[in-house]
Design a binder for this molecule. Sequence first.
Ligand code: SAM
Length: 296
Amino acid sequence: MSFGISSKTRKLLKQHNIVLKKSLGQNFLTDAHVLQQIIDAADLDEQAGVIEIGPGLGALTEGLAKSAKKVVAIELDNRLIPILQDLFQDQSNVEIVHADALKLDFAQLISDKFSSCSKVHVVANLPYYVTSPILVKLLESKLSLSNIVVMIQKEVAERILASPGSKTYGSLSVFAQYFSEPSKVVQVPAHVFVPRPQVDSMVIRLSMLPQSPVPVDDEAFFFQVVRASFAKRRKTLLNSLSSSLPFPIEKTQLEELIRSIGIDPSCRGEMLSIESFAQLSNVLLQVKNGVTTKQP
Ligand code: SAM
């Protein structure tokens, strides 16, 4: 079965004289079983709308169209647009949009294209070079998405899934787990892609949370504190925060404050749960606001 998709992909590329661009992360998936696992993980039904980012030659698009009410596929490479339009000309529930997903207004797209759908999902085999910016954009725009199912580089997936105390736990883990409940779907070896990438991949599902899992007084500041806590990974939490916080604070005051919420200032940022980061940023916010009001 995987041979079928692989040969179809190669035939289309040859027929249209297309040389794949590494700069656009063009590694096309050729394994029908993995394609089906991605579609199953999205948990679609006949009322579902799907945004697919980077349809390539439509391998995933085809299966999505069979499982959902509507699929809007966003492709940046203009050489692929006429091929996709031709492939899906008889499928009225597939729309091809020529756009850069990094620049796209997803909220507008959802209100323009999915008013007839009960829920909207993002499903994609993402180009590696834009994985993090696209995920950050999708998560922080607070779109009314049901879930996001993406194939990404295995190392990035592991960072998203990581728990406190592990080496891969960092600001991306906190960011993803603040907006969603991430889970592993399947690990995918490099040889099922054309051309074969340098790295292994993993499919993950981000089930969007209806509200934030912890009480945070100022979201932007919360993420600044998280980033500052991981800024100097080899240093203690106190030292990392002290050199990277976005406002001035005496080190002794900072130390006291960290202790006051039951955190050891000599631990590393990677030991803190999302709850602890929320507590920490809420108390730091009070100090920051106090500091700001004293300044001219
Ligand atoms: N969905 C296909 C598959 O699974 O075989 C292709 C996946 S390939 C990893 C990534 C696709 O994203 C390519 O078709 C590439 O041209 C497209 N792409 C790259 N950057 C993009 C961007 N900024 N916005 C939209 N599509 C992009």
